[in-house]
Design a protein around this ligand. Structure first.
Ligand code: NAD
Length: 434
């Protein structure tokens, strides 16, 4: 099947590459000519493990190509995915749908035979109706169907998540569109991946409800971590003790500095805005948003306290800047709250991240960047661990202590054990543990 993917960001690019790997003929389209030029040369503009290899294999196999010309891409296409960004709208927190609607207008100009237009972007309930209305202004309604097919992949594990998902959600009641969707996901049907067919509005809401639930789970364990610190309990044992209950599940129970990233912050906000529009109370999600915002600031104060209440003129080493490991995505990363706070208090920060430095540099003026963890630690009076990249789990602690000016570690991801760190001579602070 000929498939077009509009938008080659984290979701569009991974989807396009994986659909090609499923055997479809895929053309990826973006308005950014520099991105398309890189992709045509077999380069990948984002950090995503395994993506470059799979991309090049499918280019070589002749199933994957890239263009800025949507008209050419759409010739003979049966399915067109919209995978453009839906950031928070400045000022009010609603999802900004301008990219989705602009892409829809572009698509409308090129529909000829029956085409399924699929929103893979995360879009609020009712967006599919608006996409349909835009298409209907210029296209015969017999020539298209609009489907919601939200994406659940995680950056850093995106290929596996796309090819082996827990489920696929398809929102359409149009039998022709259902047939096209079945064909698109045929390898997953064969694997017996659950495919949830539902209405378009329900599908749109499933994505937001899922993200809001996960954000709630993280925020819940973060608050329990604070209580653990107050009462002398261990949050990791609490997480294990409750996570083994199958009704709860062990995932997303890692206490830390608050969630960030390109999805949870904007999607929780947009869900609350939708609820407000429909005069429905989502007080749990509103509380989660507030608690998570407060948490990032609380982490900055925690660091300040650990440094004796004064970081003025002190060299601090920060390891990990991206919102989570295995991605270069800096969107809403906790580091973007914590580092400027410490700088304002007079700290001199040297940071290292295995992939996100290029993204971080313009967002963190005044921060110095090191070529590796040990250079960042030279002469530092504290090590602040913000993102749990695997390489930080295996630091040579003798070397760390040797290069630092003072052996103070503030581990916001609990990757080290308090007893071991203290035995090694570190003053060690972590989350929710004595
Ligand atoms: P992104 O910002 O990385 O990429 C969006 C791309 O779309 C950019 O390359 C941009 O140039 C391009 N674009 C914008 N308008 C266009 C147009 N009219 N025609 C062609 N290209 C256009 O975004 P992303 O992180 O991939 O997210 C895309 C959507 O997927 C969002 O709605 C997001 O919420 C959702 N989502 C993201 C993730 C994730 O982990 N990043 C996971 C699940 C769902």
């Amino acid at each position: 099947m000929r498939v077009v993917v509009v938008g080659t960001g984290y979701v569009g690019l991974v989807s396009g590459v994986c659909f090609a790997d499923f055997g479809h003929e895929v053309v990826c389209v973006d308005t950014d000519p520099a991105k398309i030029a890189t992709l045509r040369d077999g380069g990948v503009p984002i950090y995503e493990p395994g993506l470059e290899t799979l991309l090049n294999a499918n280019i070589t196999a002749g199933r994957l190509s890239f263009t800025t010309d949507l008209g050419t891409a759409m010739q003979g296409a049966q399915a067109v995915f919209i995978a453009v960004g839906t950031p928070s709208r400045r000022g009010d927190g609603h999802a900004d749908l301008s990219f989705v609607y602009a892409a829809t207008e572009d698509i409308a100009a090129h529909i000829e035979d029956f085409t399924v237009v699929i929103t893979k972007s995360t879009v609020p309930v009712g967006t599919g109706d608006e996409v349909e209305a835009i298409l209907a202004r210029t296209c015969d309604p017999a020539h298209f169907a609009v489907v919601s097919n939200p994406e659940f992949l995680r950056e850093g594990a995106a290929i596996n998540d796309f090819k082996r998902p827990d489920r696929v959600v398809v929102g359409t009641e149009d039998p022709r569109a259902q047939e096209v969707m079945r064909e698109l996901y045929r390898p997953l049907f064969i694997n017996e991946t659950p495919i949830v067919f539902t209405t378009r509005r329900t599908s749109e809401l499933i994505k937001y409800a899922g993200n809001a639930f996960l954000a709630t789970k993280i925020t819940f364990i973060n608050e329990i971590a604070d209580l653990c610190e107050a009462v002398g309990a261990d949050v990791q044992d609490v997480a294990r003790g409750i996570g083994l209950d199958k009704r709860i599940g062990a995932k997303f129970l890692h206490a830390g500095p608050g969630y960030g990233g390109s999805c949870f912050p904007k999607d929780t906000l947009a869900l609350v805005k939708t609820a407000e529009d429909y005069k429905t109370d989502l007080s749990i999600v509103s509380s989660v948003i507030q608690a998570n915002t407060d948490r990032k600031t609380a982490m900055a104060y925690k660091i300040l306290d650990a440094c004796g209440g004064d970081v003025s003129g002190k060299r601090l080493a920060v390891l990990g800047l991206s919102f989570k490991p295995n991605t270069d995505d800096m969107r809403d990363a906790p580091s973007l709250t914590i580092l400027p706070f410490l700088q304002k208090k007079g700290a001199d920060i040297m940071a290292y991240d295995p992939a996100a430095i290029d993204e971080a540099r313009p967002l963190l003026p005044g921060v110095s960047f090191a070529p590796d963890a040990y250079v960042a630690l030279e002469g530092a009076e504290a090590l602040i661990l913000i993102t749990e990249w695997d390489q930080f789990r295996a630091l040579n602690l003798d070397r760390v202590r040797g290069v630092m000016r003072a052996p103070l570690v503030i581990d916001l991801r609990n990757i080290y054990r308090p007893t071991e760190m203290r035995a090694q001579g570190f003053t060690y602070f972590s989350i929710g543990r004595a």
